[in-house]
Ligand binder design. Structure first.
Ligand SMILES: [Zn+2]
Length: 424
């Protein structure tokens, strides 16, 4: 996956961008665009110094609502080969995710009858962190990971990993070789996949009759309520509520057994799916009712959201402008993908932020896509503290405020961009 050039040849644009005309879940063409955040570059493609002078590729980032099944989605799809060619997010590196996965494994082991012959498959298994939580209890595990360099890390830990994109064809091969799976996990894949039909046909083929399919997806009401518009980018093709998931699984003879909210990625849902259900958890009806009350079935809800997003942008830009006029030194704290959505959408560049800091080594020494702000290790923030730090990694706000209490004691301020720009 790695070693390709970072820039996509302009003449090959048509190969990397696919435009869908029907809903990803129900096939309806009743699709309404309610928000436009682009054009923006791919937000995980940090640039080397030598790439700053070359033209960068920008892609539309328009968000649509299907009035038939209520799925919120992107229709402009950048091919996964381009999107993920150099990008590698290591789950093993993040401690909160390790704890989260460990709890997930405990929950599965408590609720489903599994033994040493049970096969647990993880789709998009990354470096094997989640499967390790199962293998330590003696279960059989198999990882599926498209990035070969990351799959190798899992193999080195003893987690057997097939290097492949998961789809129906892949599932048929795996079923032949390894037999049916008792548990299939997809904690970081469902929102990223364009062809959900092929994915679900693959699950159908690979899942044992009484097996359970478990996914985690960011939960749409959190995005709407907290105005987390910056979590919308090309890697995230669908923004799920329970309603469209019910629709999708029923097409494949499956039902949601249980669903619960979990505190990752700005608030997600963990969904347990099975074929024949004996009893469905009350949680499913409760969330469906909540979704109806929140009017997630109405285009009006999304148009209102879009208006609020524009307001956040205007307020943030105005705040930064005023501070700059007063001569303040401002930097960015954290350079996550969502930070790059925010910077590009609000057109915040080097004229506003002197630099951004990030703990991820591969971003350091590079420049933010589109806005070309240099990325430094956090050390720089301590050596040359700014008057204000725009908190781009807002999902870690509590931890960061605590970690940087010295900076705040000395008069340094943070700017929280969402749900409403404020200085703290
Ligand atoms: Zn639909």
């Amino acid at each position: 996956m790695s070693g390709k050039t970072l820039h996509v040849d302009k003449t090959k644009q048509e190969n990397v961008m696919l435009r869908r005309t029907a809903c990803r879940v129900c096939g309806s063409k009743k699709l309404h665009k309610f928000l436009s955040l682009g054009p923006i570059p791919l937000v995980n493609k940090f640039l080397g110094e030598e790439q700053l002078s070359s033209p960068e590729d920008f892609y539309p980032l328009d968000v649509y609502f299907c009035t038939n099944c209520y799925l919120v989605q992107l229709l402009d799809i950048v091919s996964p080969q381009v999107l993920f060619e150099e990008y590698a997010y290591l789950t093993g590196a993040s401690e909160p995710m390790q704890i989260h996965f460990s709890k997930l494994a405990d929950e599965v082991l408590e609720n489903f009858k599994l033994n040493e012959n049970s096969l647990v498959i993880d789709i998009g298994s990354n470096d094997g962190t989640l499967l390790q939580c199962f293998s330590k209890f003696g279960l059989q595990t198999l990882g599926i990971e498209p990035a070969s360099n990351i799959a190798q890390l899992a193999e080195a830990k003893g987690i057997h990993t097939v290097t492949d994109f998961f789809d129906e064809g892949c599932a048929i091969k795996l079923r032949k070789e390894y037999g049916p799976a008792n548990v299939i996990l997809g904690t970081n894949i469902f929102a990223h996949v364009d062809n959900l039909e092929s994915l679900m046909r693959g699950i159908n083929c690979l899942l044992a009759n009484d097996g359970v399919f478990i996914i985690e997806v960011p939960y749409l009401p959190n995005l709407l309520n907290n105005l987390e518009f910056d979590t919308i980018y090309h890697e995230h093709l669908s923004y799920f509520a329970v309603h469209p998931l019910v629709y999708l699984f029923r097409k494949f003879g499956m039902e949601i057994l249980d669903v619960k909210q979990v505190p990752v990625h700005g608030g997600s849902i963990r969904v347990f799916v099975q074929r024949a259900l004996k009893q469905q958890s009350q949680n499913v009806d409760n969330l469906l009712l909540m979704e109806r009350k929140a009017m997630l079935n109405s285009l009006k809800t999304y148009l209102k959201f879009a208006e609020e997003v524009v307001l956040v942008k205007e307020k943030l830009v105005q705040l930064l402008k005023t501070l700059k006029k007063e001569g303040a030194k401002i930097t960015g704290y954290g350079a996550p993908a969502k930070g790059n959505v925010l910077l590009n959408y609000c057109k915040i560049g080097r004229d506003v932020l002197d630099y951004v800091t990030d703990t991820t080594p591969f971003k350091q020494g590079k420049y933010t896509p589109g806005t070309h702000i240099p990325v430094f290790p956090v050390k720089k923030f301590h050596e040359e503290p700014p008057d204000y730090a725009l908190l781009l990694a807002w999902n870690y706000a509590d931890e960061i405020l605590q970690k940087e209490s010295d900076y705040r004691k000395k008069g340094g301020k943070f700017i929280l961009p969402i749900p409403e720009p404020k200085v703290i």
